[in-house]
Design a protein around this ligand. Structure first.
Ligand code: G3H
Length: 526
């Protein structure tokens, strides 16, 4: 084990006792749960204690719900009725404060979820950019609606308004970025929110509690800690949540939706699992394909919903591909997140190496072989990615979203084989298609766009840039997220209409001149 640079050593345990409800940073006196990192601080392996978090339950959950409901106040609250430019000012204040916490949060990202230093920095910076872009996009949205239209003698002043109370739950692989990609648009559109951090990557939210408290009116953002089942389920059971925003797996999403007694009133914004395939055609440029497949399958150890989770390679080039790709997997550097050039890092879930081992054992039993020398090598907090070939549909590694370091490979001679598999799959997020011949590519592109929501040509699958739509078909997603789309997913079109007559025209004229209404306004926000 290399020594830990001083800046990244854990010298202070964070015993997080504060939580945010009704604008107050309350102190938790009840039970707590210890937070460990799977990264060792000592020569002999031992998980590192990072701190502890409150283990909250129903009373606190209902308190937070009550606070969010009061802040929305049936649409009459300060926040949902506030002028757009004032809401934007609150968000600008938040992002200003957030930027001062970069170092602390980046360090916690490394320890809590094992993300490499450059990727942790990227997650933080990408989130700040996301907030700034959201602010600009909202200004644009507002400017475009700062007008009246007239059809059939009826004027309309159409804007987007908040939906109500949003329950927001993010994933552990992007505990800052993906959670904020839900929370920030939900807040800025005038909703009030309850937010519970993911199971890993939770302490890193604590440096931001004060910024949330001081930037927004009370009750707009409520932050709870604890297990999803204990905290989120009682909130859903009340039927008072208007939007469930969740990035995670469909089991938790289904379980939570089912708790809501009035399903028609519940809007869903979900980013769920995927099994994105790479399809490698016989004329693919192998250098580029292998680079992209390495990034696609193993960035952050494959713990990305957009990761390439199964590779289909054409029979004609399978030998060459497997040989070169396997060598590249074995050449990757494993180490702690702050080590230079590190690509594979400790897995934050203590049970993950054993789970990946189960998938490997099952595949080997059913006829697959490990194609790389280091494949399956065990560490205290890691298991080396195994390149498995030939994989078939009976294997668990084919059926399950592995969300970790193991790469199933299948070969095909007829392109209908991967296409049929994709059509049968429960998932439909993205695909990577590698090849050059436009006569082979074009019919494929034309049908793949109808099976998934992003076809990546000679490129790995990914969510970014965040201005592009991020969504999926079937069990992979509900609603669309992007800087542009998220503002729409967390709002509803609502408008003031009036028949064209002297009384109405004069009233609206006065409303505009007096600048008394925050909704009826043609102000141009700079
Ligand atoms: O976990 C799923 C993320 O949305 C993936 O985002 O493609 O930017 O890593 P990414």
């Amino acid at each position: 084990m290399t020594t830990i640079p001083e800046a990244y050593q854990i010298n202070k345990i964070i015993d997080q006792r504060k939580y945010l409800v009704n604008g107050e940073l309350k102190t938790w006196e009840g039970k707590t749960t210890e937070v460990f990192s799977t990264i060792s601080s000592t020569e002999a392996y031992k998980p590192t204690l990072l701190g502890s978090i409150p283990d909250m339950g129903e009373p606190e959950a209902l308190d937070a719900l009550d606070s969010a409901m009061k802040a929305f106040n049936r649409g009459q609250g300060v926040w949902p009725t506030m002028h757009v430019k004032d809401r934007i000012e609150c968000m600008e204040n938040f992002v200003r404060q957030m930027k001062t916490k970069r170092e602390e949060i980046v360090k916690l990202l490394m320890w809590e979820i094992g993300k490499s230093l450059p990727d942790s920095q990227k997650e933080f910076d990408r989130t700040v950019d996301y907030i700034n872009d959201t602010i600009e996009e909202y200004k644009d949205l507002d400017r475009n609606s700062a007008k009246f239209q007239k059809h059939d003698g009826v004027y309309a002043h159409i804007k987007r308004g908040p939906v109500g109370v949003v329950l927001c739950l993010g994933p552990y692989n992007y505990p800052l970025n993906e959670t904020f990609a839900l929370l920030i648009p939900a807040i800025i559109m005038g909703n009030t929110t309850i937010f519970k951090p993911a199971k890993h990557g939770v302490l890193l939210i604590t440096p931001l509690l004060e910024a949330f408290q001081t930037s927004f009116p009370k009750g707009v953002v409520n932050i709870l800690f604890g297990r999803g089942r204990a905290v989120a389920a009682p909130i859903m059971q009340t039927g008072k949540v208007d939007v469930l925003a969740l990035i995670g797996n469909s089991k938790s999403a289904n379980a939570l939706q089912e708790q809501h007694p009035k399903s028609n009133r519940l809007r869903l914004v979900l980013g769920l699992e995927a099994k994105n395939p790479a399809i490698i055609l016989p004329d693919a440029d192998l250098d580029l394909t292998i680079d992209e497949c390495i990034a696609g399958t193993l960035s952050f150890n494959g713990q990305r919903c957009t990761a390439l989770k199964v590779i289909y390679v054409h029979e004609d080039i399978k030998g060459e591909f497997l040989k070169r790709y396997s060598k590249r997997v074995d050449d990757l550097k494993f180490g702690n997140p702050w080590e230079d050039g590190v690509k594979l890092t400790p897995l934050p879930e203590p049970g993950k190496p054993a789970y990946i081992q189960e998938l490997i054992d099952d595949a080997l039993e059913k006829g697959a072989k490990i194609k790389n020398k280091k494949g399956g090598q065990k560490f205290d907090n890691y298991i080396w990615p195994a390149v498995l070939y030939p994989v078939n549909k009976d294997m668990r590694v084919y059926q399950e979203e592995q969300f970790g370091p193991v790469v199933p490979v299948l070969s095909f001679s007829d392109i209908e084989e991967p296409l049929n598999d994709m059509a049968e799959s429960n998932y439909g997020q993205q695909v990577s298609l590698f090849g050059k011949d436009v006569y082979a590519l074009s019919p494929l592109i034309d049908s793949l766009v109808n099976l998934v929501c992003r076809v990546n040509l000679n490129s790995s699958c990914q969510r970014g840039p965040d201005v592009y739509p991020f969504t999926g078909r079937k069990d992979s997603a509900q609603a669309t997220l992007s800087v542009h789309d998220a503002l729409r997913s967390f709002s509803i079109r609502t408008f003031v209409a009036f028949k064209d007559n002297d009384l109405n025209n004069e009233t609206i004229q006065q409303l505009l001149e007096a600048k008394l209404s925050n909704f009826v306004s043609t102000d141009y926000i700079l």
